[in-house]
Design a protein around this ligand. Structure first.
Ligand code: UD1
Ligand code: MG
Length: 454
């Protein structure tokens, strides 16, 4: 059986007060629509269709090859939006799931249940509802005596009696495709707003004597639709709770989940402990038995097993096993620390490989460097890698001892077993097992000043 999702994403999202299309606002680091696509993928067999309108270029650019798109122009309501998908889907699918792209908490599991409900329904529609005390502006569900759905009444036309109904329309539907396309054309134009409401299709079916089934959802949180940035923050908090709980159930300890921020794509292995106020972003993969935080920020980084990272910032880095970092260490893009590397306070590493057992305890900057195993980088060592125009490499062999406050003026190579005295300024390559010291600053040439930028 072919099942295809249509995601509605053409609305303006006026209440977000943003230049960014609503469905591209991030939740747990991913655009809202990423979450919606992720959920529908679990319940469908075909590539989804996204109905775009406002900000369509940006939305299409984000979607790329992940979905087919169809333009709704002008936007004449949710029923009109689904109609636009007919050209792509007629005779190509058995069931059509329709949901709104601004509901990032809706789970794939829930949509799977919706599909199952429809597979057991003789009639053409199954839908998701929820029972809630706070109606949040949702449509109210009218049921017939036999328990099937008779109609959805939008809040602004509901009578006071209807407004009291606690069963609400979530905005997730599963239709028999063979029935859907013609029925959409019969939706009447709403006299007040001039729009075609998808919700009116329910009454059409019911008047034809066809049964509309409803699955009542248990988790109200899943039904939060984002219309304002306040809703966005509610969704963010709920998503964060959900992500953290998944990690904890998978064997990760979180001392304080409320102050732990982990984005949707992050992987964390068992027995890793995350301490408070830690942020883990992007495509980060963390192995087992690590201790991370407090006060740590990690993005797009790969961490092995058994590492200890305190109050540090890591971005685009790789750590092998048993690395010991921080407090106040910073890894920038391309930093690669081998096994048992120790990096203490106020160090920065960028585009460099520190082989197994390297120690840099305090106040050093290492950029564009390759450092051999078991080398010791003394306090305050700097690789002077930038001459104002170009970056230059530094290569240091194994078992080197760099004395405190050494300046390594790149390009430069130090052979294995070399040593530098405290305060050395090293401008020439150092041979293996050789000690260099000294070199006070002295004038060597005139430099041309660059004209000041305005
Ligand atoms: C809709 C439902 C309501 C339900 C609620 C749940 C209708 C008429 N009402 O109301 O019963 O309780 O969702 O959140 O469907 N969109 C388009 N094209 C359009 C209009 C809307 O693509 O012409 C998209 C929007 O981008 C949005 C979704 O459809 O993603 C829902 O539209 P919205 O205006 O938010 O509907 P609600 O008033 O929330
Ligand atoms: Mg809405």
């Amino acid at each position: 059986m072919k099942i295809t999702a249509v995601l509605l994403a053409a609305g303006q999202g006026t209440r977000m007060k943003s230049t960014l299309p609503k469905v591209l606002h991030p939740v747990a680091g991913k655009p809202m629509i990423w979450h919606a696509l992720h959920a529908v993928a679990q319940a469908t067999t075909e590539m989804p269709v996204v109905v775009v309108g406002h900000g369509s270029d940006e939305v299409k650019a984000y979607l790329g090859e992940s979905a087919q798109t169809v333009l709704q122009e002008p936007q004449l309501g949710t029923g009109h939006a689904v109609m636009q998908a007919e050209s792509l889907l007629k005779d190509k699918t058995d069931l059509v799931i329709v949901c709104y792209a601004d509901m990032p908490l809706l789970r794939g599991e829930t949509l799977k249940k919706l599909v199952q409900t429809q597979q057991h329904n003789q009639g053409p529609i199954s839908m998701l509802t929820v029972i809630a005390d706070d109606p949040r502006g949702f449509g109210r569900i009218l049921r017939k005596d036999d328990g099937t759905v008779e109609a959805i009444v939008e809040e602004y036309v509901a009578t006071p009696e209807q407004a009291k109904i606690k069963e609400l329309n979530v905005g997730g539907y599963c239709f028999n495709a063979s029935w859907l396309w013609d029925a959409l054309k019969r939706i009447p134009k709403n006299p007040k707003k001039g729009e075609y409401y998808l919700t009116d299709i329910v009454e059409l079916a019911s008047k034809d004597g066809l049964s509309v089934h409803a699955t009542v959802m248990e988790d109200i949180e899943e039904t939060i639709g984002v219309n304002t940035r306040i809703h966005l923050s509610e969704v963010e908090a709920a998503m964060r709770r959900r992500i953290n709980q998944t990690h904890m159930l998978n064997g990760v300890t979180m001392i304080d989940p409320v102050s732990t921020y982990i984005e949707a794509d992050v992987h964390i292995g068992r027995d890793t402990v995350i301490l408070p106020n830690t942020y883990i972003f992007g495509k980060t993969e963390i192995g087992e038995g690590n201790e991370i935080g407090p006060n740590t920020m990690i993005s797009d980084t790969k961490i092995g097993n058994g590492c200890k990272i305190i109050a540090s910032s890591l971005e685009g880095a790789i750590l092998e096993n048993d690395v010991d970092m921080g407090p106040f260490a910073r890894l920038r893009k391309g930093a690669h620390l081998g096994n048992h590397v120790h990096m203490g306070n106020f160090g920065e590493v960028k585009d460099s490989y520190l082989a197994d057992g390297v120690k840099m305890g305090h106040f050093s900057y290492i950029g564009n460097a390759q450092i051999g195993s078991n080398t010791n980088i003394g306090a305050g060592t700097i690789t002077a890698n930038y001459d104002g125009e170009k970056k230059h490499p530094t290569t240091i062999g194994e078992d080197v001892f760099i004395g405190s406050d050494t300046m390594l003026v790149a390009p430069i190579t130090l052979g294995a077993g070399a040593r530098t005295g405290a305060g050395s300024i090293v401008t020439k390559d150092v041979a293996e097992d050789t000690l260099v010291v000294g070199m006070p600053a002295r004038a060597i040439r005139k430099i041309e000043r660059k004209p000041k930028k305005k």
